[in-house]
Design a binder for this molecule. Structure first.
Ligand SMILES: [Zn+2]
Length: 349
């Protein structure tokens, strides 16, 4: 009897050693979702009014996304913090024509501030603007004055930014300099076009733009791509790895978010022209993509990788599960990424 009990105790102990750590690891939830979008009812209305989709493009009409919706999505995943990005940059995009654009941009940043103020312990609000508009610096100053100082979101595809245009480079340098002066961290979506010379673009960024913001964290969205993991995203992150190896000091405050990188299985059969289908088509022939993604995450350093979703594009709960099951990283490595928390949450003003 005693003997059998001992045997049982050994079995239980073995079970605890082998199974429990894995179970505990599975309970690690991301410390924050570092890339989420707010959108006011006003912005949704303006963007819908001006909807000029190309033939074949299929995207549903814009819907407002409030802080309440955002916090509910975080709660569903058990995630405490979120980076709440103003949608103002979209109102300044050359893809749309918004009357009184500069005023509407300020109004959207205003609305964003009031939204995040409802959840000061949960959300950090980021100002946003098209950095190559003539009013860009004034809009950033406006954010600072009203108190929307969590950071600054820039989206170079939405701005149709040209990396070979010296006037636009100068404008972006001024924006980086101003954000650094105001101590506003920067979240930047770099990939500017479908056909994009990632190597040249990242080298331009590293030599001419990033040095202007030495004192604030800079978060590169989508690992330097624009969602999914295609050859251009691979080239982008690979160039960052080379540049950071060569100049570690320049990369001291550099982070990468993993928003919308691992596509849902449904992307393969999504309607032609939809964002997910376009992303799927861009990467479907890149068969060693998943392994290169895991290798490159390790090479750039897991401490630099921030969990992020691009909500409402992805729901944090599902996306966290998808990363656990699809990324070719160990559970401990996924835990490390999920535990990373951007410094701007602690500096919250
Ligand atoms: Zn985004």
């Amino acid at each position: 009897m005693t003997c059998r009990c001992q045997k049982l105790a050994h079995v239980v102990a073995a079970f605890l050693i082998l199974v429990l750590p894995a179970a505990l690891r599975a309970q690690v939830v991301p410390a924050a979702d570092h890339h989420m979008h707010l959108q006011s009812p006003r912005a949704a209305q303006l963007l819908n009014q001006d909807a000029t989709f190309k033939p074949g493009e299929q995207e549903p009409p814009e819907q407002p996304n409030t802080a309440k919706d955002m916090v509910a999505a975080l709660d569903a995943a058990g995630i405490r913090r979120g980076t709440a990005l103003s949608d103002a940059y979209r109102l300044g995009s050359p893809f749309v024509h918004i009357p009184n654009e500069a005023e509407e941009v300020n109004a959207e940043n205003d609305w964003t501030l009031h939204q995040v103020e409802r959840y000061p312990d949960r959300l950090v609000g980021f100002c946003s603007v098209n950095p190559i508009r003539p009013y860009a610096l004034a809009a950033i100053d406006y954010c600072y004055q009203i108190g929307l100082r969590g950071g600054l979101k820039l989206h170079l595809a939405n701005a149709k930014f040209q990396f070979d245009n010296p006037v636009q480079i100068r404008a972006l340098r001024q924006v980086f300099r101003r954000a650094n002066h105001l101590r506003m961290p920067i979240l930047i979506h770099l990939r500017s076009a479908e056909k994009w010379d990632a190597r040249q673009g990242i080298q331009t960024f590293m030599t001419q733009i990033l040095p202007l913001a030495p004192d604030v964290p800079v978060q590169v969205a989508h690992l330097g791509g624009w969602g999914g993991y295609d050859r251009i995203t691979d080239e982008s992150i690979s160039t960052f790895i080379e540049e950071c190896d060569a100049q570690p000091k320049l990369c001291r405050h550099l982070y990468f978010d993993i928003a919308a990188i691992v596509l849902p299985p449904s992307a393969a059969t999504a309607p032609p022209g939809s964002d997910n289908r376009l992303l799927y088509d861009e990467q479907k022939d890149f068969t060693d993509g998943p392994q290169r993604l895991a290798d490159n995450l390790r090479r750039i350093g897991l401490g630099r990788i921030l969990f992020a979703t691009d909500w409402p594009v992805e729901a944090p709960e599902q996306y966290a599960q998808r990363l656990r099951s699809n990324l070719r990283l160990s559970p401990a490595e996924i835990d490390q990424i999920f535990s990373n928390l951007a410094l701007y949450f602690n500096q919250n003003k």
